[in-house]
Structures are given as structure tokens and as C-alpha cells.
Design a protein around this ligand. Structure first.
Ligand code: C2E
Ligand code: MG
Ligand code: MG
Length: 614
């Protein structure tokens, strides 16, 4: 660190030397540096040319030739660089007050009178040196502070940048999270299609647009046929994969601008805007049905499925989301009832049918009490011997308004509305009573077993007990009763069903799998079940002789049944040709209009007696 300077100005060399000596002597610690000047001009040069304002004090002789002390002081103080340097005048005019006043006016801070008293000189100088030092320290600190401030600013800047960068990443991540959340909220996670909520929003907007622009729109309600069976039989992984592929095929069957959504389960909706909707919707629906015709390959499985489609149109079938969706759903329900893979437009009649269904369900509730049911019986015939091997009991309803209606017309309704269990109990009891009557008759009908159809809701732990109680009540052997259970329904809850059926089978009652071929049962499932008979579904029998594929399926079922030691019965045989083919294929029994329609017990007996006696 540099030391302050003290400037001695005196034209008189001896005085200058004396002052210099005095100060040098007192400056043992080298607290300051002594600089001398022999005139005002030289003093000015030294003061004004030095770099920093380093003079702690100037001891200025007042009377000098040329520029005197006052003049020199004035110039020194007029320069900004040296304006604040303290000046002490050195003079011999001790008593001249005017002279002293003038000095102060010229900026003197003090006066020294010659001869100078060394102690006073040294004290005064050291005060100013100390002051200068303090000033210098202060400046130094100020500079340090400034630097620190600068560093701090740099640091702050860096911190700020870092915070900013973090903030930006957070914003990006948050936007991505928001997008993901939005995706989750609007998309079906399995298929990536829009979900129900999002569809409703789209439909609301589409309706407003169509209303404004006076155009139409179509809501296509799709439901896969037999999905539940596939899912239950082959497992959820296969079911999920199938849904993904169905979604993809549906998506690619429509325009990019059409909205495709999955409502859940196997239900999908396509929303088409801005159409002369009627012909276009039919065209697109056909395309979608066709898209699902080729088989699906999922792992090692080759699956055939189809979709049924119901269509509602804006504005004619409704002008709100609820009504359009409800009507498309209703139309889909009717499409499904017609046949698999069909298309149905909504029309008011369907609503009438819905009302009819609701009414029917109410009436079903009271039908048992009102004794409106009757069992019809349809014979099962051994193909080789032509002997009647047994009968199937089929439920008929003497409906107060609609007349006689068949099982096909109300059994599903009864199952859907939960009325099947009491009806089923009535059927078993009526069949047992009939078996008793036949046992009691003297006409050789006693051995003819009666097959009763059992629906899934009936298959619960109490069923075996209830059946055996009924057999006991009517005093009939178990060999007089058979149970028929529809394949596709059975495999939905296989484990429970197997246990219940085993108990029944062990009690001596024969069990048949009904509508076989519609439910995708695997060999292992069949092996696990305690069954005795396979009934080939009518759909395979109908086209025997016309569709060689069906011949092959029936042949395969017969072979499989042989391998498992099961009897095979063909359902729905209507012609001599069908019967001949079945005989050829090695089928054991048949049932169908060709031999006899289902008939009331007494009519059937009359007919059988007539045929045998003929
Ligand atoms: P299913 O057990 O497969 O019964 C055969 C159905 O085919 C009967 O219809 C019968 O009338 C009809 N059918 C018989 N031969 C022929 C033929 O040659 N050609 C044609 N086209 N049809 C024929 P139905 O009586 O309407 O019964 C339909 C279904 O309703 C039954 O199918 C059965 O699953 C169910 N069902 C009938 N009665 C009962 C019952 O008492 N309880 C339960 N749970 N279900 C029943
Ligand atoms: Mg049956
Ligand atoms: Mg059947």
C-alpha cells in the first residue's frame, strides 16, 4: 500500500531544508513521503501532475517571488483533482490578522509561523497524514465493496439464470404432465381412442355446429358380438388385444375427421359430421361391419367376431347428446337381436319395442303366480333306430295380451330382469310332475327322460338339493331327468358351475351342453365338466349339405364327442337331407321340426302313440 505525501513549498533553500529535516526526523515509521518544491510553479506541477490525489497536506510558504503562496493555493484548489488537499500556510507575519484571514479565504486549513516549533509542525502534519490514510483506506474499502458488489451481481446473474433454467424445465415438465393428464382424462388407455367423457364433449359441439350450419350428423353405436364369451374363455389378455385390434380396424374404416370413441367394455361409438347423414351413415356402417369380417389373429388364436351397429341421426332422431346416444344404443340392441353383424337405424317403433319389453318384464313377474306357463315337449330321436330317446321340455307362455309365446321370445328378457330363477323352479317342478304322470301311465312312456333347460342364474349351490328334493317329492328316479345348459353361458363361471354340476351328475342326472359350437369351449373345458351329451347348435345344422364348412364342423364335433365318450344330438333338423348327412357323420340323435315340433304333453303322447301304432 502506498503512503501519503507531504509537500513542502518554500523559495528559501535553508528554510526548505530545515522543514524537510524536521519532518524526516519525525517520520521514523515512514508514514509519509516528503516532497519539496522551490516555487509556486513547481508546487503546481507536482500537485497537478501526480496521478492520484495523494498529498496529505501542503505546507505552503506565503511569500515567494513570482507566484506567491495565496496565488498558488488558489490555483491548487481550483483544480478538481486537488481541490480538497489541505494547505497550511507557513509565514513569518505572525501578528497580521488580515493576512491570516486572507489565507483562510484562500482555503488554508491552518497557519504555521516561523520559526516553526518542531513539535507543532510534526503534530499537525501527522494529523493530516492520518486523515489521508483514513481517506485512502476508505477509498480502498469502497473499491473492494464495489468489486464485491460486481461479483455479487455476477453471482446473482448466474443464480438467476440457473433458477430460470430450472423454472423452464419445470414448466415443460408441467406442460407434459398436463398433456398426459389431459390424455388420461380424454383417452381410453387401452385402445388410445377417445373415452366416453370426451365423446360427449365432441357430440355436444357437433350438435351446436350442425344446428348453426343446418347440417346433419350420425351417431353409430357399435357392440362386438360374443366378446364376453371370448373374454371369459380365452382370458382378459386375449380380450384386451382383441379390443385393440377392433379399435384399430374401426378407426381405419372411417375418415380421419370422424370421431371414434370407446365407451367401455366392447362398446364403441363413431360420430360422423356434416352429412346428408342417412345414405352415408349406412355406407360407413357397412364398411365397419366388413372391416371386422376377416378373422383376428391373437397369439395362437384365430378369432372370428362381428360388430352390430345401431345408428341415430341428427336432427330427426333427437337433438341432444342423451337422446341421440340412447336411440343409437336402442337401435344397436335391435340390430343384435336380428343377427350378428347387422345394422339398424333408429326409428320410433324401436322405442315402442322398448316399452313393450318393460311391460313384458312386469308381466313376467306375475306369470308364475297366474299359472300362465306351460311346458311343451319336443322328442329327441335315435338316428339309427328311429326310437324316441327322450323329450326336451320347452317353456311356453300363455300371455294374456299376446297369446302363446315361445321361449326364444322371453327367456332372455326373464334372465335380464332377474325373473328366471322362480320360473326355472317352476319348470323343474312341472317337468317332474309330468315325468310322474308318464310313469303312472300304462302306455309305455315311463322310461322317457325329460330334458330341462337350466339358465346360469339357476346354477348355484342350492340347485342340486332343490332338484333332488323335487325328484323325491314326485317319487321319480334321477334317470328320468336331464339338464341342458347353454355352452356360451356355462363357461363364464366355469369353476362354480363345475362343482354344482358334478353334484347333480353324481346324483344320477344326465347333463347336456346345449347350443354346442357357439361358445368356444376347449377340449380341456369339456373334459373338466361332468357332461354326457353334446347338442350341436342349430346354426351348424341349418346349412348342412349346402355349406361344406358346416359338414366339417359337425364331423369334428362328432369325432371329439366320441373321443370324450359323449353322445351327440343335432338340434333343429328340418329336412330328410340334413338327417341323412347327420346319420353319415355318425351323429347319435336328432331333434327338430322334421320329426316333431314342441307340443303340449297330451298332444305329443297322442302323436307318439299314433306313429308307433302306425
Ligand atoms: P334350445 O334349448 O336350444 O331349444 C331349441 C329351440 O329350437 C326351441 O325354441 C325349439 O322350439 C326350437 N326348435 C326345435 N326344433 C327346431 C327346428 O327344427 N327348427 C327351428 N328353427 N327351431 C327348432 P324355443 O322353445 O323358442 O326356445 C328357445 C330357447 O329358449 C331354448 O333353446 C332354450 O335355450 C331357452 N328355453 C326354452 N325353454 C326354457 C326353459 O324352460 N328354461 C330355460 N332356462 N330356457 C329355456
Ligand atoms: Mg335346449
Ligand atoms: Mg339349443
Amino acid at each position: 500500500m502506498f503512503s501519503p505525501k507531504v509537500l513542502l513549498v518554500n523559495d528559501h533553500p535553508a528554510s526548505l531544508l530545515a522543514l524537510e529535516t524536521l519532518l524526516t526526523r519525525a517520520n521514523e515509521n515512514n508514514d509519509y513521503e516528503v516532497v519539496t518544491a522551490r516555487s509556486g510553479e513547481e508546487a503546481l506541477r507536482k500537485v497537478l501532475h501526480q496521478q492520484n490525489d495523494q498529498f496529505a497536506v501542503i505546507l505552503l510558504d506565503v511569500s515567494m517571488p513570482g507566484m506567491d503562496g495565496f496565488e498558488t493555493a488558489e490555483i491548487i484548489h481550483s483544480h478538481p483533482r486537488s481541490a480538497s488537499v489541505p494547505i497550511i500556510f507557513v509565514t513569518a507575519h505572525y501578528a497580521d490578522e488580515m493576512h491570516r484571514l486572507k489565507g483562510y479565504q484562500k482555503g488554508a486549513v491552518d497557519y504555521l509561523f516561523t520559526p516553526v516549533i518542531p513539535q507543532i509542525l510534526q503534530n499537525k502534519v501527522s494529523v493530516f497524514v492520518e486523515l489521508a490514510k483514513k481517506n485512502l483506506q476508505l477509498e480502498h474499502k469502497t473499491r473492494e465493496l464495489a468489486e464485491l458488489n460486481r461479483d455479487l451481481q455476477v453471482q446473482q446473474m448466474q443464480d438467476l439464470k440457473r433458477i430460470n433454467a430450472t423454472l423452464e424445465t419445470e414448466i415443460v415438465e408441467r406442460r407434459q404432465a398436463e398433456e398426459r393428464a389431459h390424455g388420461l382424462a380424454t383417452r381410453d388407455p387401452l385402445t388410445g381412442l377417445l373415452n366416453r367423457r370426451s365423446l360427449i364433449e365432441h357430440l355436444e359441439r357437433a350438435i351446436s355446429r350442425a344446428a348453426r350450419q343446418k347440417t346433419g350428423l350420425a351417431v353409430l353405436f357399435l357392440d362386438m358380438d360374443r366378446f364376453k364369451t371370448i373374454n371369459d374363455t380365452l382370458g382378459h389378455d386375449v380380450g384386451d388385444e382383441l379390443l385393440i385390434q377392433v379399435a384399430a380396424r374401426t378407426r381405419s374404416a372411417v375418415r380421419d375427421s370422424d370421431v371414434v370413441a370407446r365407451l367401455g367394455g366392447d362398446e364403441f361409438v363413431v360420430l360422423m359430421e356434416g352429412l346428408p347423414a342417412y345414405p352415408n351413415a349406412a355406407e360407413v356402417a357397412k364398411k365397419i361391419v366388413q372391416a371386422h369380417t376377416p378373422a383376428y389373429t391373437i397369439g395362437t388364436n384365430c378369432l372370428k367376431t362381428s360388430v352390430s351397429i345401431g345408428i341415430s341421426l341428427y336432427p330427426q332422431d333427437g337433438n341432444s347428446v342423451q337422446v341421440l346416444m340412447k336411440n343409437a344404443d336402442l337401435a344397436m340392441y335391435h340390430a343384435k337381436q336380428q343377427r350378428r353383424g347387422s345394422i339398424q337405424f333408429f326409428h320410433e317403433e324401436l322405442n315402442a319395442k322398448l316399452l313393450e319389453r318393460t311391460q313384458l318384464q312386469l308381466e313376467l313377474q306375475q306369470a308364475v303366480e297366474r299359472e300362465e306357463f306351460e311346458l311343451y315337449y319336443q322328442p329327441k330321436v335315435e338316428i339309427i333306430s328311429g326310437r324316441v330317446a327322450g323329450v326336451e321340455a320347452l317353456l311356453r307362455w300363455h300371455h294374456p295380451r299376446l297369446g302363446l309365446i315361445t321361449g326364444a321370445q322371453f327367456i332372455t328378457e326373464a334372465a335380464d330382469s332377474g325373473h328366471l330363477v322362480p320360473i326355472g323352479e317352476w319348470v323343474i317342478s312341472a317337468a317332474c310332475a309330468q315325468a310322474r304322470r308318464w310313469l303312472d301311465s300304462e302306455r309305455g312312456l315311463c322310461k322317457m327322460p325329460i330334458a330341462v333347460n337350466i339358465a346360469i342364474p339357476q346354477i348355484h349351490a342350492e340347485l342340486p338339493g332343490a332338484i333332488f328334493k323335487m325328484l323325491h317329492k314326485h317319487g321319480i328316479p334321477p334317470s328320468c331327468l336331464q339338464l341342458e345348459i347353454t355352452e356360451s353361458l356355462l363357461i363364464r363361471d366355469l369353476e362354480k358351475a363345475t362343482a354344482v354340476l358334478r353334484e347333480i351328475s353324481e346324483g344320477g342326472i344326465t347333463i347336456a351342453i346345449d347350443d354346442f359350437g357357439t361358445g368356444y369351449s376347449s377340449l380341456s373345458v369339456l373334459k373338466a365338466l361332468p357332461i354326457d351329451i353334446l347338442k350341436i347348435d342349430q346354426s351348424f345344422v341349418r346349412d348342412l349339405g349346402k355349406n361344406l364348412g358346416d359338414n366339417a364342423i359337425v364331423a369334428a364335433i362328432v369325432n371329439m364327442a366320441r373321443a370324450l365318450a359323449l353322445r351327440v344330438v343335432a338340434e333343429g333338423v328340418e329336412t330328410k337331407e340334413q338327417l341323412a348327412i347327420l346319420k353319415n357323420l355318425g351323429c347319435d340323435e336328432y331333434q327338430g321340426y322334421y320329426f316333431s315340433k314342441p307340443l303340449p304333453a297330451d298332444v305329443l303322447v297322442q302323436q307318439l302313440l299314433h306313429t308307433t301304432s302306425a
